[in-house]
Ligand binder design. Structure first.
Ligand code: CMP
Length: 451
């Protein structure tokens, strides 16, 4: 993003897209080096031009990476540090030495296969594995991508296991654990097979170390120990993945179990238990069991506004009264809306009660009925509001409101409602007009019923 080409102040932004790709390439080079270096030790590719070219390529990649890292800014306490000296010092104190070891051009020293120096160079090349440790930093950044973290965790686990098995298998060849007269491919396969059976503690025993060869015995013992450790690694990873698969769902199940145990213990009637379960099922289906306000309340003010706007976008578009309203009005309303859920048959408001809040319907329908429920004055749907008359006139509720179905409502408390009326006279006028109309309609209908 911020790669500047003024030579004195030149630095590379650590989050530049090309830098991430470069890090990916270095990691791929490190993996290749980790695969090739032990293979080269076991089978000696010194005469292969292809191997030489790959080796030169990897060396150049690692050298270039060191140069790049000396110019890459870093983030410290959320601030980008671009100062050359700081960058240099940090790298020198950190990964530099590992990177330097890995970037040594071993092919220059190797010489022909029959020289001892060749064998030394092949051994030394094993240090390339070190680059994998520093290169693995990029994996941390990959974790922040959209890939499911559980899939990523499993994929990484398999990757590390295969890599470890590969290194151990080549070690087994090196200590002479598999017959030398077999073709190279077969030797590798047998060694890999032995590694897997030993690491997995299956140990068929069809390929075993020579009991008179201390090196092979020692190597086998170490591998067995590693195998035991790996079990812990695999089980730990898999249990974390399982625990993380759906935290929300497992928390919900746990909560339902607790509630149902309590309801049973207190002999709550079956019908009521069913309604409670239905209510929680609805909460799960409509909002994954999360209490929206508890999530939003924890956020700082600026984020709260944005998140509330996103969460309540539907109600703003559904309520005709809000259409065309200005930004600050929407913000004032949105920040004070509280989501509430009612189940079918619930009384939301009862005639004659004092009112402390009004409601907007986001989903579902309600009936406006007389106290004895013999008259239905109106049925209100999505986008409608109710409960405003008691707030406007400071009078008792003039009707009962009953949920027809599952209802997602937003409540607005009296104090905020009054403040908003004061601040936005147009809105106040509109609400007052509707309230007056409703009040008259209901009064007329009630009178008609009496007579
Ligand atoms: P409130 O009196 O606070 O509580 C009952 C609510 O029912 C009332 O406010 C109105 O919002 C609503 N209401 C009353 N009469 C009608 C009607 N005829 N049509 C629609 N809604 C009504």
């Amino acid at each position: 993003m911020i790669t500047k080409l003024d030579l004195r102040n030149f630095y590379i932004a650590p989050d530049a897209p090309w830098k991430l790709r470069w890090d990916g390439a270095v990691l791929a080079g490190a993996v290749l080096a980790t695969v090739l270096a032990p293979l080269n030790l076991a089978f000696d590719f010194s005469d292969s031009v292809f191997f030489l070219l790959v080796d030169i390529g990897i060396t150049l990649l690692f050298i270039a990476d060191i140069i790049i890292l000396f110019h890459t800014a870093y983030v410290d306490k959320r601030r980008l540090v671009t100062d050359k000296k700081c960058i240099r010092m940090r790298y020198l104190k950190g990964w530099f030495w590992l990177d330097l070891f890995a970037a040594v051009p071993f092919f220059l020293f190797a010489g022909p296969a029959y020289l001892t120096i060749n064998r030394v160079a092949r051994f030394a090349r094993i240090t390339r594995i070190l680059k994998l440790i520093s290169g693995a930093r990029v994996i941390g950044r990959l974790k922040k991508t959209k890939i499911n973290p559980n899939v990523m965790r499993l994929a990484l686990m398999i990757f590390w296991l295969l890599l470890a098995a590969h290194i151990i298998a080549t070690g087994m060849i090196l200590v002479g654990g598999v017959p030398a007269d077999l073709p190279d491919g077969m030797r590798y396969l047998q060694a890999f097979y032995w590694t897997v059976t030993t690491l997995a503690t299956v140990g068929y025993g069809d390929i075993t170390p020579d009991r008179n060869n201390p090196l092979q015995l020692l190597f086998t013992i170490i591998t067995q120990f590693i195998g035991v450790g790996m079990y812990g690694f695999i089980i730990g990873n898999i249990s974390t993945v399982i625990a993380n698969i759906d935290i929300a769902k497992s928390q919900y199940r746990e909560k339902m179990e607790r509630i149902n145990t309590f309801l049973k213990y207190r002999n709550i009637p079956h019908d009521l238990t069913k309604r409670i379960n239905d209510y929680y099922d609805y909460l799960w289906e409509s909002r994954r069991g999360y209490d929206e306000s508890s999530v939003v309340d924890e956020l700082p003010f600026s984020l709260k506004i944005q998140v509330s706007q996103e969460l309540h976008r539907d109600i703003i578009t559904k309520v005709p009264l809000f259409k065309g309203a200005n930004h600050s009005f929407i913000r004032d309303i949105i920040l004070n809306l509280r989501p509430v859920v009612y189940t079918p048959g619930d009384y939301i408001v009862r005639k004659g009660e004092l009112g402390e809040e009004m409601y907007f319907i986001s989903r579902g329908a309600v009936d406006v009925v007389s106290e004895d429920e013999s008259v239905i004055y109106a049925t209100l749907q999505e986008g409608a509001f109710f409960g405003e008359i008691a707030l406007l006139l400071s009078s008792p509720r003039n009707a009962t409101i009953k949920a027809r179905e599952y209802c997602d409502l937003y409540s607005l408390d009296k104090r905020t409602f009054e403040k908003i009326l004061e601040k936005y006279p147009d809105f106040a006028k509109e609400v007052a007009k509707m309230a007056e109309q409703r009040r008259k309609e209901t009064e007329a209908a009630a009178k008609k019923k009496k007579s």
